[in-house]
Ligand binder design. Structure first.
Ligand SMILES: [Zn+2]
Length: 288
């Protein structure tokens, strides 16, 4: 099953393909463990920083190997490529999915750059999905925000731009800004359901919507977002926090423990638990 088939199936059956980021092998093992337990697919992602740490070719090889030895679909996404060049490098290395994120550039530049990536990818392998982003997220993935975050009005996706962007680029997945934010905020995120509805009406029915910055979003809001046709949901910060907290706890509990596979197993399991919790919210249970 291709990633495209998987997203279409998810749309038809009202669940979401989960996207989780990783920058260590034990983190990735936790993601796969959680998904396997619920018979769910996984789109594992690396940001530019994460893939530089893991090694771009190594990320591709690890996923390929895990896919062969696990009985669930596992795909690799190049998350938030901030230049056409960076997107091409990931595609050439063998990623299954490319997210070109020029959302902080002017509209015309974003459209043209995204189109360049789609043309490049589709001319070589039409099965590889390309995601484009329009409207920008004002915050950062690595942070837990204690202060109130004001979302700038001009950052929300504009309907007329969205129609042009989707039509002219030919992307497979669309990531809008609808009140979502990267990172975790102490205040619940205010999702603009009115804007989602307008975008849904204006854009092709078979277009997959992606939610970035799923971390810290209210569970009922997440359910509603899936129901409204977001069939790809990104969680990164919550995974980082669960992994790091479990690791800190494990190390503090036994200061003489020096065997990495023992304390890392606890961090892996904390990730698996979080993955299971999220998949249940997305209705992504026994779907494959
Ligand atoms: Zn993101």
């Amino acid at each position: 099953m291709t990633l495209k088939d998987l997203h279409l199936k998810a749309k038809k059956e009202h669940w979401a393909v989960p996207h989780f980021n990783f920058s260590s092998y034990s983190q990735l093992l936790g993601i796969i463990k959680g998904a396997s337990q619920l018979r769910a697919p996984v789109l594992a992602g690396t940001s530019e920083g994460e893939r530089e740490f893991i090694g771009i070719k190594q990320a591709v090889d690890i996923i390929k190997s895990l896919r062969e030895s696990n009985n669930i679909p596992i795909f690799l996404n190049a998350d938030h490529c901030h230049s056409v060049e960076s997107a091409k490098i990931a595609f050439d290395a063998g990623y299954d999915s490319i997210h070109i994120d020029l959302s902080k550039k002017p509209f015309k530049e974003n459209l043209e750059g995204t189109k360049q990536v789609v043309d490049y990818v589709k001319s070589k392998n039409p099965e590889v999905e390309v995601e484009g982003e329009l409207g920008y997220l004002a915050t950062d993935s690595s942070k837990v925000y204690n202060e109130v975050i004001e979302i700038p009005q001009d950052s929300y996706t504009k309907i007329d731009e969205a129609i042009l962007y989707v039509q002219q680029t030919g992307i497979d997945r669309f990531a809008p800004a609808i009140g979502n934010m990267h990172g975790i905020s102490v205040r619940p995120k205010k999702i603009r359901f009115d804007l989602i509805e307008e975008l849904r009406k204006a854009l092709p029915a078979n277009l997959t919507f992606t939610l970035h910055g799923g971390s810290g979003t209210d569970a009922l809001d997440l359910k509603k977002i899936v129901e409204m046709g977001f069939n790809n949901i990104h969680i990164s910060t919550e995974i980082r926090v669960a992994y790091t907290n479990a690791l800190r706890e494990a190390l503090a509990k036994d200061v003489n423990e020096t065997t990495p596979y023992k304390y890392l197993a606890l961090a892996r399991d904390a990730v698996a638990e979080l993955v299971i919790e999220k998949l249940k919210i997305y209705n992504t249970v026994n779907v494959i």
